[in-house]
Design a protein around this ligand. Structure first.
Ligand code: GLY
Length: 304
């Protein structure tokens, strides 16, 4: 059996002290769900989807239930997944009433000829595919309603500020895995930025910006200020850097973040994993929830 590995992020931002423990516990549950699959010989795609579903269902994170509310008072979700063995990918953006957008993204990859479906078309595809739908109320939490109400009296708020110190936002979740066959998969899911314009789409559902996987090199998922991540095509940039540095994921994520700061003054975090199951994690926000597990260690590591 080849080396199997799984790395997750649960949001790069200034996580306040009272939310550190819920984030750590959420990461532990998410890594356990994906690891169980990899350990039994399951696929990287199944592990990525399972870990992300746990984080989408946990209202601690800005994905699925508990996501940010947009300026129109609605929850609009983005997600993507990529199969590094085939270069096939699936994504949904600005979709409403879907409980687990990562599952819908996977259906787009596996059951359609498309890569990205948005808005009403994505919801319609969810109905056609019998993917679990839900009401807006199922995705809304009191914490986010309070934040949204507060933000209505802050017209100068810019989404970039959400990732800086003292701004109580949260961010995106993601996963990258390599399975026993050496197949690599990456996925990312988010509610986007707080009070975002209806229809605003960030990096998470964009293949190359938020998610990328290539079996011959590795996989990447990003978290942070989406507009900046899009401008430097962050996920693909880090995969390219990994290739340039002989497959070193730690060097690639560090250099990717330097590019993000130097070129677009960006904030966020990135996780990467190479074809040998080595992991790289970097962020320039005060905190980032993260977890990893591979066959070289006895227990999963979850940090905030
Ligand atoms: N990184 C999530 C977003 O900006 O939408």
């Amino acid at each position: 059996m080849g080396k199997i590995a799984l790395v997750l992020h649960g949001g790069a931002w200034d996580i306040p002290p009272d939310l550190v423990e819920p984030h750590r516990q959420g990461m532990e549950k998410a890594i356990a769900a994906g690891w169980k699959i990899l350990q039994k010989g399951g696929s990287a795609l199944d592990a990525v989807e399972a870990s992300i579903i746990v984080m989408e269902d946990d209202e601690t994170f800005n994905a699925g239930r508990g996501s940010f509310i947009n300026a129109a008072g609605e929850v609009e979700l983005d997600a993507s997944i990529m199969n590094g063995a085939t270069f096939r990918a699936g994504a949904v953006a600005a979709v409403q009433n879907v409980r687990n957008p990562i599952t819908l993204a996977r259906r787009v990859m596996e059951k359609s000829e498309n890569v990205l479906l948005v808005g009403l078309g994505a919801s319609r595809f969810a109905r056609e595919q019998k993917v679990k739908l839900c009401s807006q109320d199922d995705l809304l939490t009191l914490r986010e309603l309070d934040r949204w109400r507060e933000m209505q009296s802050d017209p100068d708020f810019k989404s970039k500020d959400a990732f800086k110190k003292k701004r109580k936002a949260s961010d995106t979740v993601g996963a990258v895995a390599v399975d026993k066959k050496g197949n690599i998969a990456s996925g990312t899911s988010t509610g986007g930025t707080p009070n975002k314009h209806p229809g605003r789409v960030g990096d998470s559902p964009l293949i190359g910006a938020g998610t990328y996987a290539d079996n011959s090199i590795g996989g990447v998922s990003t978290s942070g200020w989406g507009e900046a991540m899009i401008r430097v095509v962050m996920a693909k940039t880090v995969v390219d850097l990994m290739e340039r540095h002989g497959g070193d994921p730690a060097k690639a994520v560090q250099e990717g973040l330097k590019i993000l700061v130097r070129k677009v003054d960006g904030y966020g975090g990135v996780i990467a994993l190479n074809a040998s199951g080595e992991v790289g994690i970097a962020f320039n926000t005060p905190r980032m929830a993260r977890a990893y597990m591979h066959t070289g260690i006895a227990e999963p590591v979850a940090l905030v």
